[in-house]
Ligand binder design. Structure first.
Ligand SMILES: Cc1ncc(COP(=O)(O)O)c(C=O)c1O
Length: 427
């Protein structure tokens, strides 16, 4: 596995990254860095992780061509990298299994995690059950309501889910709470951070556990299509699935790396999660120097997205570096555009994506139109939509108690204006 090719100094990606934490956490971060650095070159560790991915996660995840969906993408070919088929339903398991094995190596008995969409919490609860670790998951109260299914899954797996009732009651507040717990219990607890942000070594370590997505995808593209894609589209909350698929392609100059952020109700509405198109400036949040949505006084501004997993005011520092260096491009996708792409994939290909991943699909529709019929777009389908069925059904007015049309004659979103309604309130 690769170490940080773009780092200058401790955990830096250009000027971004670093380690901004209370003194009480420094020793734990240093211990983690030492263990993960050794583990990544230890054949026993890599062998155990690889074996788990093969027999438990279900890797390698497959590529799926989606020609009927691609008809809406300017005729460009579209191929999905199917992280949605992983055990627990998203890419999150790649990172969690790695960190859970490290927890055991460090001799710690308890893991904590933050979660937004719930997929990282479910993955952590799963790995904790597998390795016999105690597990506590912090989740914003708003997210526990919009992702109730995942709350139940975590509890079934034996985890304690703690709803966080302050701030915006979403992912940012869950991360704050997890850090508080970690400071108090650091001697026997590892914080399984769920994305490529936080203090060094998390951004680099989490990326390296997800790098397998791009390693597999690059080999599969050459093997199955005899070429690399012209562009790769991935949604960006903290940015782990995107860094995972981007990283192996960074040196392939002909491959555009395109990150899609939660554009919410539009970047001019003030209700969005677009760190690169909105009013974000570099600043420190959750231990890293990176782009943060903030006001003129430097106060963090609440984000908004229909997708809990993208509803976060900050972004991984390596994305900040890739963006400022011009290697990757980032665009906002509104809630409406994402839900339109969500519906389209369901109807044209029989695949229900996570709403997060639907942002990447909406990006493919835009990039595909730019590329035209000779173009090829690889989309990282980061997760499946089981957790989002209630949100989507409500958005499109398909629930019996909410539908305005009689049963059997559910609104056909292709023909109506259903996709213009909603927002967070539809949960
Ligand atoms: C399916 C899915 N995709 C994407 C994300 C966003 O996270 P990241 O940007 O770290 O990949 C989440 C977060 O919960 C998720 O559940």
């Amino acid at each position: 596995m690769t170490t940080a090719v773009h780092s200058a100094g401790l955990g830096r990606f250009g000027e971004f990254g670093g380690r901004y934490v209370p003194e009480a956490l420094v020793a734990a971060l240093e211990e983690l860095d030492e263990f993960r650095t050794k583990a990544m070159v230890d054949p026993a560790f890599i062998g155990e992780l690889t074996q788990l991915h093969r027999t438990y996660t279900g890797r390698p995840s497959i590529l799926t061509a989606v020609p009927r969906f691609a008809e809406h993408c300017g005729g460009a070919q579209v191929v999905l990298k199917r992280e949605d088929l992983n055990h627990t339903g998203s890419h999150k398991i790649n990172n969690v299994l790695g960190q859970a094995l490290l927890t055991r190596r460090m001799g710690k008995t308890r893991v904590i995690a933050e979660t937004g969409a719930g997929q990282h919490g479910v993955a952590t609860a799963t790995a904790a059950a597998l390795l016999g670790l105690e597990c506590v998951v912090y989740m914003g109260k708003v997210d526990t309501e919009r992702q109730a299914l995942n709350v139940a899954r975590m509890r079934l797996l034996g985890a304690t889910v703690v709803p966080v009732e302050h701030g915006s009651q979403t992912l940012k507040d869950a991360v704050n709470e997890a850090f508080r717990d970690w400071v108090a219990n650091v001697d026997h607890t590892h914080y399984v951070l769920g994305t490529v942000t936080g203090p060094y070594p998390f951004p680099e370590m989490v990326r390296d556990f997800h790098r397998i997505i791009g390693v597999e995808a690059r080999a599969q593209m050459l093997d199955e299509y005899g070429r690399l894609p012209d562009a790769i589209c991935a949604c960006v909350g903290g940015g782990s699935n995107a860094m995972g698929i981007f990283h192996r392609f960074i040196d392939d100059a002909g491959v555009r790396l395109v990150g899609l952020e939660g554009g919410g109700e539009g970047v001019h509405s003030g209700r969005h999660a677009s760190r690169f198109s909105g009013q974000a400036e570099p600043g420190v949040l959750h231990g890293a120097y990176t782009y943060v949505l903030q006001d003129e006084d430097g106060q963090t501004v609440e984000s908004h997205s229909v997708s809990a997993g993208l509803d976060y005011p900050s972004v991984g520092p390596e994305h900040a570096f890739l963006r400022d260096s011009g290697r990757a491009e980032y665009y906002p996708v509104t809630d409406d555009e994402a839900m339109e792409a969500f519906r389209l994939l369901c109807r044209t290909e029989g695949i229900i994506p996570a709403i997060e991943s639907a942002h990447a699909l909406a990006g493919a529709m835009k990039i595909g139109r730019e590329l035209g019929p000779s173009g090829m777009v690889l989309v990282n389908l980061s997760g499946r939509g089981d957790k989002d069925v209630h949100t989507a059904a409500s958005w499109f007015g398909l629930l019996d108690d909410e539908a305005t049309t009689p049963p059997g004659d559910a609104p056909r979103p292709a023909d109506d204006e259903a996709a213009t309604g909603g927002g967070e309130s539809q949960t």
